[in-house]
Design a protein around this ligand. Structure first.
Ligand code: ACO
Length: 324
């Protein structure tokens, strides 16, 4: 059987970090309110003329460097984003061109904050079925461009950034569960909740880009339950329990969601990677950005069992269990 192994990891944050205090000069909010409700202290904001593709390309280059792999070995690029450069073509094709790749395929995935988990799961399926061998999975966002900066209930929560991994196929024995690579993936969605978190524009409906709208309390209510249940299903699929997990790398939306989820499935909070304070919610970029921080801090060790999860608009949610 073919298993997808993470061979390289790269991240990129725009240079400019905006603190809560800076935001409070323009929006009726305070550092105290934001930190208490969300754990966010600052977020990075892309410079004028800096697009989602630019962040994605930089993260992808760093991931390829980390893997020691020439870009031309990549035969699939999956870019998770809700803030593409253009309605079409896929921003993944801009990344492909910038990296000098002319073979294989490149496409975008739209699952909002769950995008990276959806991308990893899709890449895993391509690798397992033999349709791809070396896949770049990227989460990249410029959410600052779809925020209503008059809406204090949403504009304080999000930030820009990108993260990427290189996944490669490795042949392993069916019973090999101790080896590295992706062990289990679960994706879910429930479109009944599509109006709880959405953008109020689009090419087919308004011919405008629109702004992010959210019923924060409703999202919060569903987040802990959905995330905990999909994590549990993923652990069961792999035949392991929450206490076996060495590192939990969740989507970074809100510190209170992370605390609630860890409590619900009985995960030691010391094993949770937390970057929401420095990055805010970077949507599809948040999980690979958090992986990058964990790697920098030496918290990702070979052989570690790592659980990733995310939930976002749709609602969409999912989890991936892998051995580092
Ligand atoms: N600064 C100061 N006051 C604010 C701000 C702000 N930035 N935003 C809202 N308020 C005020 C409101 O106006 C309201 O005032 P009022 O009582 O006078 O009417 C009060 O604070 C409470 O507002 P709520 O919206 O009820 O605040 P809540 O406690 O629900 O916190 C929050 C809001 C932080 C958005 C919370 O609902 C939340 O975290 N929800 C989850 C949303 C999320 O994480 N979304 C990310 C995308 S989905 C995902 O990634 C999982």
């Amino acid at each position: 059987m073919r298993r997808a192994i993470i061979e390289g990891l790269g991240t990129y944050l725009p240079e400019r970090a905006v603190t809560n205090a800076e935001l409070a000069e323009k929006v009726d909010t305070s550092d105290e309110w934001i930190v208490e409700r969300t754990g966010i202290r600052q977020r990075h904001i892309a410079a004028e003329g800096e697009f989602t593709s630019h962040l994605a390309i930089e993260a992808a280059r760093r991931a390829l460097d980390d893997a020691g792999m020439p870009a031309t070995d990549i035969d699939l690029i999956i870019l998770a984003t809700s803030t593409p450069d253009n309605t079409f073509p896929a921003t993944a094709t801009a990344v492909q061109a910038a990296l000098g790749i002319t073979g294989g395929a490149a496409f975008d995935i739209q699952a909002v904050c769950s995008g990276f988990v959806y991308g990893l799961t899709t890449a895993n399926a391509f690798i397992a079925s033999g349709q791809a061998t070396n896949v770049l999975v990227i989460g990249a966002e410029t959410f600052s461009r779809i925020l209503d900066w008059q809406d204090r209930g949403t504009c304080v929560l999000f930030g820009d950034g990108a993260g990427a991994v290189v996944l490669s196929a490795k042949d392993v024995a069916d019973e090999d569960t101790d080896g590295e690579g992706i062990l289990a993936c679960r994706l879910r969605s429930d479109g009944r909740y599509k109006d709880k978190l959405y953008v109020d524009g689009g090419p087919s409906s308004t011919q405008t880009v629109g702004y992010l709208r959210m019923e924060g309390r409703e999202v919060f209510k569903h987040a802990v339950t959905n995330i905990a249940s999909v994590m549990q299903e993923t652990l069961e699929q792999a035949g392991v329990s929450a206490s076996d997990v060495d590192l939990f790398v969740p989507h970074q939306a809100n510190i209170r969601i992370l605390e609630g989820t860890a409590r619900k499935i009985g995960l030691d909070f010391n094993k949770v990677v937390i970057t929401v304070g420095e990055h805010g919610n970077t949507s599809a970029a948040s999980v690979p950005l958090a992986l990058g921080v964990a790697a920098q801090q030496g918290r990702l060790k070979k052989g570690d069992l790592v659980l990733l999860e995310a939930m976002g608009g749709g609602f969409t949610w999912g989890a991936v269990l892998l051995r580092w």
